[in-house]
Design a protein around this ligand. Structure first.
Ligand code: FMN
Length: 333
C-alpha cells in the first residue's frame, strides 16, 4: 500500500461546502503532516518577471546567483565585460586594471550584449563582488544602460571578508526611480537554505509564469508546478471532474491531457475513477507526468480507509495515487 501512495492526507474543511484545505504528508518520505506549501505559494510575482543580473569574475557571485535563480525560477543574466578581466587585471593592490577602475569615478567598462526585453522584469536581483569596498564600476555601466523606473532592485554581493558597506546604497543614485531593497553580502559557498531564508524575508513570493503559459505546447512539455512541503511537485493546471461520467468524462480527461493539463482531480463520490484511469492509460502521457488526486469520505470509507484507498487504486488502475484527500466536516458555530 505504501508504495502505491506517493502522497497521502490533506484535510478539507467544510463550511456549507468546501472552503479551505490544510495539512498533509508524504507516506514514502515519512512526512510529519505539515504541508500547506502549495496553497501558500500565491503567484504574487511571476517567475518570468524576475531577473537575476550578476557580474562575477571568479564564479563566487555566480554561484549565489544560481541559487537565487533556482529559488525564484527567475532568469539569469550575466553582465559580461566587453574586455574580459584577466587574472593580472584582478590582482588587487597592484595598480592593475581593476584597481585603477575602482579609483576612477568616471570609469564605465563596456558591457558585451544586453538584457533582452528588460521591460518585462519587475524584480531584479543585482549581484557583484566587492571591489575595494564598492561594487565594480561595470555595475554603474549596467545601471546607466536601462530604465529601472518602478522596478524592485535587490542587491547582493560576495567578498573575501568585507561587509556590503555602502556598496549597495551608493548604487541607488544610478537608478533613482527604482525601488531599492537593502543589500545582502554572502560568503563564498553559502548554503542554498540560507539564501532561501533571505529570499523569504524579502516578502516577495515567486511563482511560475502561469499567465503566459502556453497550454498547447507546454513549457518544455510540462505544465507549471508548485513544490509541496512533502518534496513532491504538483502541477497547477488541473481538471476537476465532479459531474463528469462515462464517455464525456473520458474524452474530457483525454482532451485536457493532450492540451497540457497534468493534474486530474477525482473522488470516490464522483463515481468516475474507472473512466479517469482508462483515459490516463490511453493518453500516451507518461504516468509520472500526471498528478492524480482522489478523495475518501466519512462513514464507511473512514471506518476502513485502507480498503477505501485500495478500491480507488483498483478502479483507477494507474499504479499509484499522487494525493489522497480526506473530506471532513468542520463544526460551525
Ligand atoms: C579588485 C578587487 C578588489 C577587491 N576588494 C575586496 C575588498 O575590499 N574586500 C573584500 O572582502 N574582498 C575584496 N575582493 C575579493 C572579492 O570581493 C571576492 O573574491 C569576491 O567573492 C569575488 O567574486 P567573484 O568570484 O564573483 O568575482 C576584491 C577583489 C578584487 C578583484
Amino acid at each position: 500500500m505504501k508504495k502505491l501512495l506517493r502522497v497521502i492526507s490533506v484535510i478539507f474543511m467544510t463550511l456549507f461546502g468546501l472552503t479551505a484545505c490544510n495539512a498533509g504528508s508524504s507516506v514514502e518520505n515519512g512526512g510529519d503532516g505539515n504541508m500547506g506549501g502549495g496553497t501558500n505559494r500565491l503567484p504574487v510575482t511571476s517567475a518570468s518577471n524576475t531577473l537575476i543580473a550578476y557580474f562575477s569574475c571568479t564564479n563566487t557571485t555566480e554561484s549565489i546567483a544560481m541559487h537565487i535563480a533556482a529559488q525564484t525560477d527567475g532568469t539569469l543574466y550575466e553582465i559580461v565585460p566587453e574586455v574580459p578581466y584577466t587574472a593580472e587585471d584582478l590582482r588587487y593592490y597592484t595598480g592593475g586594471r581593476a584597481d585603477r577602475e575602482q579609483a576612477d569615478a568616471t570609469a564605465r567598462p563596456a558591457i558585451s550584449g544586453s538584457v533582452e526585453s528588460i521591460e518585462k522584469y519587475d524584480v531584479i536581483f543585482l549581484g557583484y563582488p566587492i571591489w575595494h569596498g564598492q561594487a565594480p564600476k561595470i555595475l554603474c555601466t549596467f545601471l546607466e544602460s536601462y530604465d529601472f523606473s518602478g522596478k524592485k532592485i535587490i542587491p547582493f554581493c560576495t567578498s573575501h571578508s568585507s561587509g556590503i558597506g555602502s556598496s549597495d546604497t551608493n548604487l541607488h543614485a544610478l537608478a533613482p526611480t527604482a525601488s531599492w531593497f537593502s543589500g545582502r553580502r554572502f560568503a563564498a559557498g553559502t548554503a542554498q537554505s540560507a539564501i532561501a531564508d533571505w529570499i523569504e524575508s524579502l516578502g516577495i513570493k515567486f511563482a511560475p509564469d502561469v499567465a503566459n503559459f502556453d497550454l498547447a505546447s507546454g513549457e518544455n512539455g510540462y505544465a507549471p508546478t508548485v513544490m509541496l512541503n512533502s518534496g513532491y511537485e504538483m502541477p497547477i493546471l488541473g481538471l476537476g471532474t465532479y459531474s463528469l461520467t462515462g464517455d464525456v468524462c473520458k474524452s474530457s480527461v483525454l482532451s485536457a491531457l493532450s492540451q497540457g493539463y497534468r493534474l486530474i482531480d477525482t473522488a470516490h463520490m464522483y463515481g468516475n475513477e474507472r473512466e479517469i484511469g482508462e483515459a490516463i492509460r490511453q493518453s500516451g502521457v507518461p504516468r509520472e507526468e500526471i498528478f492524480v488526486i482522489t478523495k475518501i469520505y466519512p462513514g464507511t470509507q473512514f471506518a476502513n480507509p485502507e480498503q477505501a484507498i485500495q478500491e480507488s487504486l483498483d478502479k483507477l488502475n494507474v499504479g499509484y495515487i499522487d494525493m489522497m484527500l480526506c473530506i471532513i466536516r468542520a463544526q460551525t458555530t
